[in-house]
Design a binder for this molecule. Structure first.
Ligand code: ACO
Length: 363
Protein backbone atom coordinates (compact mmCIF):
# COMPACT_ATOMS: atom_id res chain seq x y z
CA UNK A 1 0.00 0.00 0.00
CA UNK A 2 1.13 3.54 -0.75
CA UNK A 3 0.00 6.54 1.26
CA UNK A 4 0.32 10.25 0.47
CA UNK A 5 1.72 12.20 3.43
CA UNK A 6 1.99 15.95 3.90
CA UNK A 7 5.70 16.33 4.75
CA UNK A 8 6.23 20.08 4.45
CA UNK A 9 4.21 23.29 4.52
CA UNK A 10 4.86 26.95 3.96
CA UNK A 11 3.10 30.27 3.45
CA UNK A 12 3.79 33.69 2.05
CA UNK A 13 1.71 36.83 2.49
CA UNK A 14 2.29 40.37 1.19
CA UNK A 15 3.94 42.83 3.54
CA UNK A 16 1.23 45.48 3.38
CA UNK A 17 -1.61 45.12 5.88
CA UNK A 18 -4.90 46.94 5.37
CA UNK A 19 -7.00 47.17 8.54
CA UNK A 20 -10.75 47.63 8.74
CA UNK A 21 -10.12 51.16 10.00
CA UNK A 22 -8.02 51.84 6.88
CA UNK A 23 -10.98 50.77 4.71
CA UNK A 24 -13.38 52.91 6.72
CA UNK A 25 -11.40 55.94 5.53
CA UNK A 26 -12.35 55.31 1.88
CA UNK A 27 -15.73 53.51 1.97
CA UNK A 28 -18.79 53.68 4.20
CA UNK A 29 -18.02 50.88 6.62
CA UNK A 30 -16.68 50.33 10.14
CA UNK A 31 -14.37 47.99 12.00
CA UNK A 32 -17.40 46.93 14.10
CA UNK A 33 -19.57 46.00 11.09
CA UNK A 34 -16.80 44.00 9.42
CA UNK A 35 -15.82 42.18 12.63
CA UNK A 36 -19.42 41.47 13.68
CA UNK A 37 -20.51 40.27 10.22
CA UNK A 38 -17.38 38.38 9.14
CA UNK A 39 -14.75 38.08 11.91
CA UNK A 40 -12.20 39.86 9.70
CA UNK A 41 -9.87 42.43 11.31
CA UNK A 42 -7.31 43.00 8.55
CA UNK A 43 -6.06 41.60 5.24
CA UNK A 44 -2.74 41.56 3.36
CA UNK A 45 -2.62 43.35 0.03
CA UNK A 46 0.03 42.66 -2.62
CA UNK A 47 2.20 45.22 -4.39
CA UNK A 48 3.25 44.86 -8.05
CA UNK A 49 6.21 42.63 -7.23
CA UNK A 50 4.16 40.31 -5.03
CA UNK A 51 2.61 38.46 -7.96
CA UNK A 52 0.68 35.21 -7.63
CA UNK A 53 3.74 33.36 -8.94
CA UNK A 54 6.09 35.14 -6.50
CA UNK A 55 3.87 34.44 -3.47
CA UNK A 56 3.50 30.82 -4.65
CA UNK A 57 7.25 30.39 -5.09
CA UNK A 58 8.03 31.79 -1.63
CA UNK A 59 5.47 29.49 0.01
CA UNK A 60 6.80 26.56 -2.02
CA UNK A 61 10.42 27.18 -0.98
CA UNK A 62 9.40 27.23 2.69
CA UNK A 63 7.48 23.96 2.26
CA UNK A 64 10.31 22.24 0.33
CA UNK A 65 12.90 23.39 2.90
CA UNK A 66 10.81 22.01 5.73
CA UNK A 67 10.30 18.71 3.92
CA UNK A 68 14.01 18.48 2.97
CA UNK A 69 12.80 17.81 -0.58
CA UNK A 70 14.73 19.29 -3.50
CA UNK A 71 13.01 20.87 -6.49
CA UNK A 72 14.50 18.15 -8.70
CA UNK A 73 12.62 15.51 -6.69
CA UNK A 74 9.22 16.99 -7.56
CA UNK A 75 7.10 15.05 -10.05
CA UNK A 76 4.13 17.40 -10.08
CA UNK A 77 3.30 21.03 -9.25
CA UNK A 78 -0.34 22.11 -8.97
CA UNK A 79 -1.30 25.72 -8.30
CA UNK A 80 -4.92 26.36 -7.36
CA UNK A 81 -5.78 29.96 -8.17
CA UNK A 82 -8.50 32.17 -9.65
CA UNK A 83 -6.08 35.11 -9.91
CA UNK A 84 -3.19 33.85 -12.06
CA UNK A 85 -0.72 36.44 -13.38
CA UNK A 86 -1.34 35.20 -16.94
CA UNK A 87 -4.08 33.15 -18.63
CA UNK A 88 -1.06 31.21 -19.81
CA UNK A 89 1.66 30.30 -19.06
CA UNK A 90 0.22 28.77 -15.92
CA UNK A 91 1.35 30.01 -12.51
CA UNK A 92 2.53 26.45 -11.88
CA UNK A 93 4.88 26.65 -14.89
CA UNK A 94 6.31 29.93 -13.54
CA UNK A 95 6.85 28.28 -10.16
CA UNK A 96 8.44 25.25 -11.85
CA UNK A 97 10.89 27.59 -13.59
CA UNK A 98 11.66 29.63 -10.45
CA UNK A 99 12.36 26.46 -8.46
CA UNK A 100 14.24 24.68 -11.25
CA UNK A 101 11.93 21.68 -10.85
CA UNK A 102 13.13 20.06 -14.07
CA UNK A 103 11.38 16.72 -13.55
CA UNK A 104 7.93 18.05 -12.71
CA UNK A 105 4.71 18.48 -14.67
CA UNK A 106 2.93 21.72 -13.79
CA UNK A 107 -0.59 23.05 -14.16
CA UNK A 108 -3.08 25.47 -12.59
CA UNK A 109 -6.56 24.56 -11.54
CA UNK A 110 -9.54 26.84 -11.07
CA UNK A 111 -11.98 25.82 -8.36
CA UNK A 112 -12.06 29.08 -6.36
CA UNK A 113 -11.95 28.57 -2.59
CA UNK A 114 -12.20 24.78 -3.01
CA UNK A 115 -9.14 24.81 -5.31
CA UNK A 116 -6.48 23.83 -2.80
CA UNK A 117 -8.40 20.72 -1.76
CA UNK A 118 -9.05 19.82 -5.42
CA UNK A 119 -5.26 19.98 -5.95
CA UNK A 120 -4.53 18.04 -2.78
CA UNK A 121 -6.96 15.29 -3.87
CA UNK A 122 -5.47 15.03 -7.37
CA UNK A 123 -1.88 14.91 -6.12
CA UNK A 124 -2.69 12.40 -3.37
CA UNK A 125 -4.57 10.15 -5.82
CA UNK A 126 -1.62 10.20 -8.23
CA UNK A 127 0.75 9.29 -5.38
CA UNK A 128 -1.47 6.47 -4.12
CA UNK A 129 -1.88 5.13 -7.67
CA UNK A 130 1.91 4.98 -8.01
CA UNK A 131 2.03 7.42 -10.95
CA UNK A 132 4.15 9.92 -9.02
CA UNK A 133 6.04 10.00 -5.71
CA UNK A 134 6.38 13.66 -4.74
CA UNK A 135 4.10 16.64 -5.39
CA UNK A 136 3.84 20.31 -4.52
CA UNK A 137 0.32 21.69 -4.07
CA UNK A 138 -0.12 25.44 -3.76
CA UNK A 139 -3.14 27.66 -3.17
CA UNK A 140 -2.37 31.26 -4.13
CA UNK A 141 -4.40 34.40 -4.72
CA UNK A 142 -4.10 38.08 -5.43
CA UNK A 143 -7.78 38.87 -4.93
CA UNK A 144 -6.98 42.55 -4.36
CA UNK A 145 -6.51 42.80 -8.14
CA UNK A 146 -10.09 41.69 -8.94
CA UNK A 147 -12.18 43.42 -6.27
CA UNK A 148 -13.90 46.75 -6.67
CA UNK A 149 -12.35 48.78 -3.86
CA UNK A 150 -15.40 51.06 -3.87
CA UNK A 151 -17.88 48.19 -3.28
CA UNK A 152 -18.22 47.72 0.47
CA UNK A 153 -20.21 44.51 -0.06
CA UNK A 154 -17.15 42.67 -1.38
CA UNK A 155 -13.88 44.56 -0.91
CA UNK A 156 -13.83 44.17 2.87
CA UNK A 157 -13.91 40.38 2.59
CA UNK A 158 -10.83 39.43 0.61
CA UNK A 159 -7.05 39.29 1.01
CA UNK A 160 -3.91 38.08 -0.78
CA UNK A 161 -1.45 35.29 0.02
CA UNK A 162 -0.24 31.78 -0.73
CA UNK A 163 0.16 28.48 1.10
CA UNK A 164 1.87 25.30 -0.06
CA UNK A 165 2.29 21.69 0.99
CA UNK A 166 4.67 18.97 -0.15
CA UNK A 167 3.13 15.52 -0.50
CA UNK A 168 5.26 12.40 -0.51
CA UNK A 169 4.62 8.68 -1.01
CA UNK A 170 5.16 6.46 2.03
CA UNK A 171 4.31 2.88 3.05
CA UNK A 172 3.37 4.19 6.52
CA UNK A 173 -0.44 4.30 6.92
CA UNK A 174 -1.85 7.83 7.23
CA UNK A 175 -1.67 11.04 5.24
CA UNK A 176 -4.53 11.97 2.91
CA UNK A 177 -7.05 9.23 3.73
CA UNK A 178 -10.18 10.43 1.97
CA UNK A 179 -11.28 13.30 -0.25
CA UNK A 180 -14.49 14.55 -1.83
CA UNK A 181 -14.85 16.93 -4.78
CA UNK A 182 -18.16 18.43 -5.88
CA UNK A 183 -19.55 21.19 -8.12
CA UNK A 184 -22.91 22.74 -8.97
CA UNK A 185 -22.50 25.01 -11.98
CA UNK A 186 -26.13 26.15 -11.75
CA UNK A 187 -24.94 28.33 -8.85
CA UNK A 188 -22.30 30.06 -11.01
CA UNK A 189 -24.09 33.45 -11.02
CA UNK A 190 -23.75 33.63 -7.21
CA UNK A 191 -20.05 34.36 -7.50
CA UNK A 192 -18.22 35.14 -10.74
CA UNK A 193 -15.66 37.18 -12.64
CA UNK A 194 -16.20 37.63 -16.39
CA UNK A 195 -13.16 37.25 -18.67
CA UNK A 196 -12.99 40.90 -19.72
CA UNK A 197 -10.59 43.76 -19.08
CA UNK A 198 -11.25 45.68 -15.87
CA UNK A 199 -13.97 43.28 -14.76
CA UNK A 200 -14.37 42.81 -11.00
CA UNK A 201 -15.68 40.04 -8.80
CA UNK A 202 -19.47 39.84 -8.37
CA UNK A 203 -21.06 38.06 -5.43
CA UNK A 204 -24.46 37.36 -4.00
CA UNK A 205 -23.27 37.13 -0.39
CA UNK A 206 -26.47 35.72 1.07
CA UNK A 207 -26.69 32.92 -1.50
CA UNK A 208 -23.03 31.98 -0.99
CA UNK A 209 -23.57 32.05 2.78
CA UNK A 210 -26.55 29.64 2.58
CA UNK A 211 -24.70 27.33 0.18
CA UNK A 212 -21.58 27.29 2.38
CA UNK A 213 -23.39 26.36 5.60
CA UNK A 214 -25.15 23.50 3.75
CA UNK A 215 -22.10 21.94 2.12
CA UNK A 216 -19.58 22.20 4.99
CA UNK A 217 -21.71 19.93 7.13
CA UNK A 218 -22.45 17.37 4.39
CA UNK A 219 -18.96 17.13 2.95
CA UNK A 220 -17.21 16.98 6.35
CA UNK A 221 -19.48 14.10 7.38
CA UNK A 222 -18.80 12.27 4.10
CA UNK A 223 -14.97 12.42 4.30
CA UNK A 224 -15.09 11.39 7.98
CA UNK A 225 -17.30 8.42 7.05
CA UNK A 226 -14.91 7.41 4.24
CA UNK A 227 -11.93 7.67 6.62
CA UNK A 228 -13.80 5.63 9.24
CA UNK A 229 -13.79 8.48 11.80
CA UNK A 230 -16.52 9.93 13.96
CA UNK A 231 -16.72 13.71 14.47
CA UNK A 232 -15.60 13.25 18.09
CA UNK A 233 -12.43 11.51 16.91
CA UNK A 234 -11.34 14.47 14.78
CA UNK A 235 -8.72 16.65 16.49
CA UNK A 236 -8.77 19.74 14.28
CA UNK A 237 -11.13 21.12 11.64
CA UNK A 238 -9.53 23.50 9.17
CA UNK A 239 -12.35 25.14 7.21
CA UNK A 240 -12.04 27.66 4.41
CA UNK A 241 -11.83 31.05 6.12
CA UNK A 242 -14.65 32.99 4.42
CA UNK A 243 -16.73 34.19 7.34
CA UNK A 244 -16.56 33.41 11.06
CA UNK A 245 -20.36 33.08 11.12
CA UNK A 246 -20.20 30.32 8.49
CA UNK A 247 -17.66 28.44 10.66
CA UNK A 248 -19.83 28.93 13.75
CA UNK A 249 -22.85 27.59 11.87
CA UNK A 250 -20.81 24.52 10.82
CA UNK A 251 -19.71 23.95 14.42
CA UNK A 252 -23.37 24.00 15.48
CA UNK A 253 -24.70 21.70 12.79
CA UNK A 254 -21.84 19.21 13.17
CA UNK A 255 -22.18 19.42 16.98
CA UNK A 256 -18.43 20.00 17.26
CA UNK A 257 -17.19 22.67 19.69
CA UNK A 258 -15.68 25.80 18.16
CA UNK A 259 -12.35 25.16 19.90
CA UNK A 260 -11.79 22.25 17.50
CA UNK A 261 -11.99 24.65 14.53
CA UNK A 262 -8.82 26.45 13.54
CA UNK A 263 -9.72 30.05 12.73
CA UNK A 264 -7.35 32.77 11.49
CA UNK A 265 -9.74 34.86 9.39
CA UNK A 266 -9.14 37.84 11.70
CA UNK A 267 -5.61 38.29 10.29
CA UNK A 268 -6.03 37.45 6.60
CA UNK A 269 -9.66 37.77 5.46
CA UNK A 270 -10.81 35.40 2.75
CA UNK A 271 -7.78 34.42 0.64
CA UNK A 272 -9.79 31.91 -1.45
CA UNK A 273 -7.58 28.99 -2.57
CA UNK A 274 -4.82 30.12 -0.20
CA UNK A 275 -6.95 30.15 2.93
CA UNK A 276 -6.78 26.46 3.89
CA UNK A 277 -3.02 26.00 3.32
CA UNK A 278 -2.26 29.26 5.17
CA UNK A 279 -4.45 28.07 8.06
CA UNK A 280 -2.73 24.65 8.02
CA UNK A 281 0.69 26.32 8.26
CA UNK A 282 -0.39 28.45 11.19
CA UNK A 283 -2.08 25.53 12.96
CA UNK A 284 1.13 23.50 12.62
CA UNK A 285 3.35 26.42 13.65
CA UNK A 286 1.39 27.15 16.84
CA UNK A 287 1.24 23.49 17.91
CA UNK A 288 -2.46 22.96 17.16
CA UNK A 289 -1.49 20.17 14.72
CA UNK A 290 0.53 17.34 16.25
CA UNK A 291 1.70 13.98 14.91
CA UNK A 292 -1.20 11.49 14.61
CA UNK A 293 -3.83 14.23 14.76
CA UNK A 294 -6.91 13.66 12.63
CA UNK A 295 -7.63 16.71 10.52
CA UNK A 296 -10.69 17.52 8.41
CA UNK A 297 -10.54 20.34 5.87
CA UNK A 298 -13.48 21.77 3.91
CA UNK A 299 -13.41 24.38 1.13
CA UNK A 300 -16.30 26.01 -0.79
CA UNK A 301 -16.66 28.83 -3.25
CA UNK A 302 -17.25 30.04 -6.79
CA UNK A 303 -18.39 27.50 -9.34
CA UNK A 304 -20.12 26.65 -7.17
CA UNK A 305 -17.50 24.18 -6.00
CA UNK A 306 -16.79 22.47 -2.73
CA UNK A 307 -14.33 19.87 -1.48
CA UNK A 308 -13.21 18.15 1.70
CA UNK A 309 -10.32 15.99 2.89
CA UNK A 310 -9.56 13.83 5.91
CA UNK A 311 -5.86 13.76 6.69
CA UNK A 312 -3.87 11.99 9.38
CA UNK A 313 -1.12 14.45 10.23
CA UNK A 314 1.73 11.98 10.61
CA UNK A 315 4.97 13.80 10.13
CA UNK A 316 6.85 16.12 12.45
CA UNK A 317 8.84 18.56 10.38
CA UNK A 318 12.55 18.74 11.11
CA UNK A 319 13.84 22.32 11.11
CA UNK A 320 16.54 22.83 8.49
CA UNK A 321 20.10 23.51 9.52
CA UNK A 322 21.71 26.79 8.43
CA UNK A 323 23.91 24.86 6.01
CA UNK A 324 20.93 23.16 4.38
CA UNK A 325 19.15 26.50 4.01
CA UNK A 326 22.20 28.09 2.36
CA UNK A 327 22.50 25.11 0.00
CA UNK A 328 18.85 25.31 -1.02
CA UNK A 329 19.16 29.08 -1.70
CA UNK A 330 22.21 28.39 -3.89
CA UNK A 331 20.07 25.81 -5.75
CA UNK A 332 17.28 28.34 -6.43
CA UNK A 333 19.85 30.95 -7.49
CA UNK A 334 21.30 28.42 -9.95
CA UNK A 335 17.77 27.72 -11.25
CA UNK A 336 17.34 31.45 -12.00
CA UNK A 337 20.66 31.56 -13.86
CA UNK A 338 19.75 28.39 -15.80
CA UNK A 339 16.37 29.85 -16.74
CA UNK A 340 17.96 33.08 -18.00
CA UNK A 341 20.57 31.12 -19.98
CA UNK A 342 17.81 29.07 -21.62
CA UNK A 343 15.94 32.23 -22.63
CA UNK A 344 19.11 33.73 -24.16
CA UNK A 345 19.85 30.47 -25.96
CA UNK A 346 16.30 30.44 -27.42
CA UNK A 347 16.71 34.00 -28.73
CA UNK A 348 20.03 33.14 -30.35
CA UNK A 349 18.56 29.96 -31.86
CA UNK A 350 15.55 31.92 -33.09
CA UNK A 351 17.78 34.55 -34.69
CA UNK A 352 19.99 31.93 -36.36
CA UNK A 353 16.97 30.09 -37.76
CA UNK A 354 15.83 33.34 -39.37
CA UNK A 355 19.28 34.28 -40.57
CA UNK A 356 19.08 37.87 -39.33
CA UNK A 357 20.25 37.44 -35.76
CA UNK A 358 17.00 38.99 -34.49
CA UNK A 359 14.17 37.18 -32.81
CA UNK A 360 11.13 36.38 -34.95
CA UNK A 361 8.12 38.59 -34.40
CA UNK A 362 5.21 36.31 -33.63
CA UNK A 363 1.69 37.53 -34.35
N1 ACO B 1 -20.00 47.86 5.90
C1 ACO B 1 -21.17 48.33 6.35
N2 ACO B 1 -22.36 47.89 5.86
C2 ACO B 1 -22.33 46.98 4.89
C3 ACO B 1 -21.12 46.47 4.36
C4 ACO B 1 -19.93 46.95 4.89
N3 ACO B 1 -18.72 46.53 4.46
N4 ACO B 1 -21.41 45.57 3.38
C5 ACO B 1 -22.74 45.52 3.30
N5 ACO B 1 -23.30 46.37 4.20
C6 ACO B 1 -24.72 46.64 4.44
C7 ACO B 1 -25.56 46.38 3.22
O1 ACO B 1 -25.57 47.48 2.34
C8 ACO B 1 -26.90 46.14 3.85
O2 ACO B 1 -27.49 47.38 4.15
P1 ACO B 1 -29.07 47.64 3.97
O3 ACO B 1 -29.72 46.66 4.92
O4 ACO B 1 -29.24 49.05 4.35
O5 ACO B 1 -29.35 47.33 2.54
C9 ACO B 1 -26.58 45.43 5.16
O6 ACO B 1 -25.20 45.74 5.43
C10 ACO B 1 -26.75 43.93 5.10
O7 ACO B 1 -26.07 43.45 3.93
P2 ACO B 1 -26.17 41.94 3.46
O8 ACO B 1 -25.30 41.76 2.25
O9 ACO B 1 -27.60 41.56 3.33
O10 ACO B 1 -25.55 41.21 4.74
P3 ACO B 1 -25.29 39.70 5.01
O11 ACO B 1 -25.89 39.34 6.30
O12 ACO B 1 -25.62 38.83 3.84
O13 ACO B 1 -23.69 39.66 5.18
C11 ACO B 1 -21.70 39.01 3.98
C12 ACO B 1 -22.87 40.00 4.08
C13 ACO B 1 -20.79 39.22 5.16
C14 ACO B 1 -20.92 39.29 2.70
C15 ACO B 1 -22.25 37.58 3.98
O14 ACO B 1 -23.31 37.46 3.06
C16 ACO B 1 -21.20 36.56 3.60
O15 ACO B 1 -20.19 36.41 4.26
N6 ACO B 1 -21.43 35.76 2.55
C17 ACO B 1 -20.53 34.73 2.14
C18 ACO B 1 -19.44 35.27 1.29
C19 ACO B 1 -18.41 34.19 1.04
O16 ACO B 1 -18.21 33.36 1.88
N7 ACO B 1 -17.78 34.12 -0.12
C20 ACO B 1 -16.88 32.97 -0.22
C21 ACO B 1 -16.62 32.60 -1.48
S1 ACO B 1 -15.38 33.58 -2.12
C22 ACO B 1 -14.71 32.80 -3.51
O17 ACO B 1 -15.02 31.70 -3.87
C23 ACO B 1 -13.72 33.67 -4.26
Amino acid sequence: MRYAHIVGWGKSVPEKVVTNDDLAKTIETSDKWIRDMTGIGQRHVANDRETTAALSTNAAIEALDMASVTAAQLDLIIVATITPDFMFPSTAALVQDALGADNAGAYDLSAACAGFLYGLAQAADSIRAGTISTALVIGAERLSSIVDWKDRNTCVLFGDGAGAVVLKASPQPGGVLSTLLRADGSGGPALYLRQKDNEVLHMNGREVFRFATRVIDRSAREVMRRAGWTAEEVDVFVPHQANLRIIEAASKSLAIPMDKFFVNIESYGNTSAASIPIALCEAAACGRLKPNDRVVMVGFGGGLTWAAAAVQWQVTAKPQTRGQRVLSRVGYGAAAVRSRARRIFRRIEDGLMNGNGKPTSRK
